[in-house]
Unconditional design. Structure first.
Length: 152
C-alpha cells in the first residue's frame, strides 16, 4: 500500500551509525530540514553499495539543497559500522532490525527483504515524494532526488 503524498510521514526512531559513532535517530527531531530516506536491502551488496556510494559521492550536492540522507536497512548497527567504514559513508545508516520502519513505509518485501525505496520528507515532516522499486535492481539517482528537493 502506497503512502499518501503531502501527508505526515511515519516517524522513525532507530539506532544507527554515523561518522564514527552509534546514536539514535528520530525523524520527528529533524523538523526544518528535508530528509531523504533510502531503504536498501543489504549492507555492502553490489547494488546497495553502488547506490549508497553514489549518494556519498554527491552528498555535498544533497546537503547543498539543505537535505540530510539516511540509509535504512534491516542489518544491525555493527554491520552498518563495517559498511560505512569500508566505503567511507558519512551519512547515517539506521538499523531497522525489527522492520518497524519498513512496515510503516510499506517497503517490507517478500521473504523479509527490503524493497529498494527512496522517500523525501520535507522540513514540516510531510511525505513529498516516493519511489518504491519493483525489482530492486535500480535506484533513484541523485539528480532526480535533487530536483525533487529543489521543488519543495
Amino acid at each position: 500500500m502506497a503512502l499518501p503524498l503531502n501527508a505526515p510521514a511515519p516517524d522513525i526512531d532507530l539506532e544507527g551509525w554515523a561518522e564514527g559513532a552509534a546514536g539514535r535517530f528520530r525523524l520527528s527531531e529533524q523538523r526544518g530540514t528535508p530528509v531523504v530516506l533510502a531503504f536498501y536491502p543489504g549492507d555492502d551488496t553490489p547494488v546497495c553499495r553502488k547506490q549508497l556510494c553514489s549518494y556519498q559521492d554527491d552528498l555535498d550536492v544533497l546537503r547543498g539543497v539543505g537535505a540530510q540522507v539516511w540509509g535504512i536497512s534491516t542489518q544491525d548497527v555493527a554491520s552498518h559500522q563495517r559498511f560505512a567504514d569500508r566505503r567511507g559513508l558519512r551519512f547515517p545508516l539506521l538499523a531497522d532490525t525489527d522492520k518497524r520502519a519498513h512496515r510503516a513505509y510499506g517497503v517490507a518485501g517478500a521473504l523479509g527483504l527490503s524493497k529498494r525505496s527512496v522517500f523525501v520528507v520535507d522540513g514540516a515532516g510531510l511525505l513529498r515524494w516516493s519511489h518504491v522499486s519493483t525489482l530492486g535492481l535500480t535506484y533513484q539517482d541523485t539528480g532526480t532526488i535533487v530536483e525533487v528537493l529543489k521543488g519543495l
